[in-house]
Design a protein around this ligand. Structure first.
Ligand SMILES: C[S@@+](CC[C@H](N)C(=O)[O-])C[C@H]1O[C@@H](n2cnc3c(N)ncnc32)[C@H](O)[C@@H]1O
Length: 264
């Protein structure tokens, strides 16, 4: 193991043209380690987080209430020919949207549409609106995407026609889909919903991508509105943003990652 590391170091030392790349990769790994460690120290489970944010939920868990919808969504996902990343925390999203009776929601990152489904199942009860943003026809010009292209978009398959493929048609009337990268799509979404109850971020996971989007989404939130971001252990963006806006972060352990919540 040590010999391997020395061999790699020696290889780099002899090639100054790789110094910058090496430094960036080291910084990225270090930030991920710090980010994950920061989450680990304070993460709670989904139920505890729901109770902490809205109190004891008055609604049945979504997986009980919407058994049929979820079964159908799983079937549609199985039939989808492209891979579009992991789904968000359905129960957290559904209960928070119900708890604050949300009617205006913006989300970034649709993939198959799990987070969209959870929002729409809640919003339909109040005839609310969800505006969702997902990249158009990947790959797009990387000037729009943080510092690197998101992993999901580096190949040439046009996934955009499957974006949100698990959403049942009857929910379309509550849903606006913006097929653009965040750097263009967020401003467009804010024109449609300038004031929001909830914002959910699950798209460009780079530090730069987050630092571009977080402030814009945060600004749109009403007082006591809820800001949710996925995979916050990837880097230090969420930690720094929480500090900047002076809010105590609520961190939720979910599958292999961490979700961060801030209340405005
Ligand atoms: C993990 S998936 C989202 C999962 C979704 N929230 C769910 O619960 O099913 C990430 C999505 O973000 C989109 N994405 C990645 N980078 C993006 C960017 N810069 N702008 C817009 N969408 C982006 C990808 O196309 C992908 O569909």
């Amino acid at each position: 193991m040590k010999a391997e590391i020395y061999k790699k170091l020696f290889w780099i030392i002899k090639r100054p043209r790789y110094y910058l790349k090496f430094f960036h990769s080291l910084k990225h790994r270090l930030n991920k380690k710090i980010g994950t460690f920061w989450c680990l120290g304070q993460a709670i489970d989904t139920n505890s987080a729901i109770i902490k944010i809205i109190g004891k939920p008055n609604y049945k868990p979504s997986y009980q209430k919407f058994k049929e919808e979820i079964k159908l969504a799983k079937k549609k996902k199985k039939e989808c020919p492209v891979e579009m990343g992991g789904g968000a925390n359905l129960e957290l999203i559904y209960q928070l949207a119900q708890g604050i009776k949300a009617t205006k929601v913006i989300e970034t990152g649709i993939g198959y549409g799990w987070s969209s489904l959870a929002f729409l199942l809640s919003l339909q009860e109040r005839k609310g609106s969800l505006v969702s943003i997902d990249i158009a026809n990947p790959p797009v010009d990387d000037k729009y995407i943080g510092s690197v292209l998101s992993r999901e978009n580096t190949n040439k398959i046009d996934k955009s026609k499957y974006t949100g493929c698990i959403i049942p048609e009857r929910l379309y009337k509550f849903w606006t889909l913006i097929r653009k990268p965040d750097r263009l799509g967020i401003d467009e979404a804010l024109k449609i919903l300038p004031k929001t109850d909830i914002c959910h971020y699950d798209s460009d996971k780079t530090y730069e991508g987050r630092m571009f989007a977080y402030p814009k989404l945060w600004k749109s939130l009403r007082n006591k509105g809820i800001f949710i971001s996925d995979d916050i252990g990837d880097n230090l963006a969420f930690k720094r943003f929480a500090n900047r806006v002076g809010r105590e972060p609520i961190i939720i352990r979910y599958r292999k990652g961490y979700i961060g919540v801030l209340i405005k």
